[in-house]
Design a binder for this molecule. Structure first.
Ligand code: 5GP
Length: 187
């Protein structure tokens, strides 16, 4: 897919392009490989938004890791969080005593992530870190939330592409762009 796809007409601008993503993901994979030397972490993909980031990232981590998936409620057609987090699909494996790395698409207010972290700590994970593709620090509502690995700090704008959606669309865009407000109106 190239910049001529019709989906690009719904973007105000491209924020992070595919080359920048590839480079950062590679860098992050190296960092995780070094930080977890001698360990076998469980890397948890938060569906659906983190799917592309996750599959690219785990291939850059040179460790005997295992993977698991969790699905939580999304915004649906809205572009702002409701603050209510629902688990739609839980992990298959027990994380008791495991080194867990949550792989998230974007940290916005931080409500979703802090809920997830609390849950996994409660289940007895030996250690817990977070890898996020994007971080909108300006919008944080959970001030003491620590995001260990971040690929890109972005401004307060609603973004789509590379796994991130609006109303389930745009996930297959290879780049990350700011969705034009004319597409979502007052959502
Ligand atoms: P938080 O609980 O941190 O406010 O929200 C995190 C979740 O909201 C993310 O995992 C993602 O699903 C969604 N989200 C937040 N900002 C954006 C955005 O700019 N674009 C898209 N597509 N989803 C977002």
């Amino acid at each position: 897919m190239n910049g001529e796809s019709k989906m690009y007409q719904d973007l105000d601008r491209i924020l992070v392009n595919r080359d920048e993503i590839r480079e950062k993901v590679k860098e992050l994979g190296k960092r995780i490989t070094e930080d977890y030397k001698g360990k076998s972490p469980v890397m948890v993909c938060i569906l659906k938004g983190a799917c592309m980031f996750f599959t690219d990232l785990i291939r850059e981590v040179d460790l005997p890791l295992s993977i698991d998936f969790m699905a939580i409620s999304s915004y649906g057609k809205a572009t702002k969080t409701s603050g209510v987090v629902r688990v739609l699909k839980d992990l298959d494996q027990d994380v008791l005593g495991k080194d867990v790395i949550i792989v998230e698409d974007i940290v916005d207010t931080g409500v979703t992530l802090s809920y997830l972290m609390e849950m996994l700590v409660h289940r007895g994970a030996a250690s817990l870190k977070v890898a996020a593709l994007l971080d909108k620090t300006a919008r944080r509502k959970v001030p003491d939330l620590k995001v260990d690995y971040v690929c890109f700090d972005i401004p307060d704008a609603f973004v789509v592409g590379y796994g991130l959606d609006f109303d389930q669309k745009y996930r297959n865009l290879p780049d990350i762009g700011v969705l034009s407000p004319k597409v979502y109106g007052d959502a």
